[in-house]
Design a protein around this ligand. Sequence first.
Ligand SMILES: Cc1ncc(COP(=O)(O)O)c(C=O)c1O
Length: 386
Amino acid sequence: MKDTTRVIRAGAEERPLARTVNPPIQRASTVLLPDAASLYDSSQVLYGRDSLAVRSALCDAIAELEGGVGAKLFPSGLAAMTGVLLALLKAGDEMLVCQHVYRPTRKFCDGVLKRFGVKTTYYPQTMPAAGLMAMVTDRTRVIVVESPGSLSFEMQDVAAIASGARERGVLTVMDNTWGAGLLFKPIAHGVDISVQALTKYMGGHSDVFMGSAAARDAAMLKLLDAAMHDIGWSVSPEDAYLMLRGLRTLPTRLKRHGDSGLEVALWLSQQPEVREVIHPALPGARGHELWARDYTGACGLFAFVFRPAPEAAVNAFLDALDLFGLGFSWGGHESLAISCDPQRRTGADLEDYGGPLMRLHVGLEDPGDLIEDLKRGLAAFNAARG
Ligand SMILES: Cc1ncc(COP(=O)(O)O)c(C=O)c1O
């Protein structure tokens, strides 16, 4: 062999891998098949866009946690939700979507799906299941639930909606990002497909995007598989590796987020500047009964309502914070805050909470330090309110 051939073949022979705690990161577009008959054998992995080592390990782990027959990975949480909807819907179908759904999901329904002939009708998250079932038509194919809502934390009776939908032959899809695959089990409550933005708690460090969809039965999984395959999504093995690593510490982190979040929420509920704390796990808060019935814990994301104040006072609160970063995500180790009203005004959410709405993500810092930070924020809020 000449050197030009040698550089391609040298060191390329197959060798057994040492057994490590975590699966190997397999980087590949090309998969080498053992013989000619395998080339068109669709029971084998034929191409790197299909699942390789670390990705299939992550799919299996998510399916097991979600109690589904299988799970698929998508490049982001939004891609998981839009991918599931593309897998299930066709022109002429109708869909019922909760009013406070994650805003970009709503944009997808009103844009792409509308363009493709799918009609979306929004229902209030607090609507009882019986009322929602009355909205089902003979064209309704899917009901989307998100509980709690990720901005204003409305709780839904997921089991009642899923069983009503099943009776009518309608599929249910839940955005379960708040529950993180641990605190709430949509499939055990009758949901057909449970979607998560793994970007949040499973990733846990604000540095990687991914979404998952876990399917209740083989027929659902087949639909997801076909959509993934036809549209051509894939996730990188490094990102899947980071997710699998995050999963190992998820319960420990989530417990700490939940405990600290409740401590901060309780403190906020006692402050004169605060009109209401909207945290489903806080006794007395709206939605608490459903949370107590269905959930085994809380994450660190919740909202509170200021007493009426101008936007300048809300912004002064945010600008005085030091430990809370100002940013649009959640689920990472760090605390974050956003004002909600500017984005609520641009949408159809006209609900009046009686004052400005603020969302907090409580991270893994010491909750006492976070409360000191919030005190600084409230002092600035009071100064600006006059
Ligand atoms: C409830 C909810 N679902 C889905 C997403 C989308 O996740 P990603 O940012 O990975 O696309 C988000 C992101 O903020 C979210 O809050």
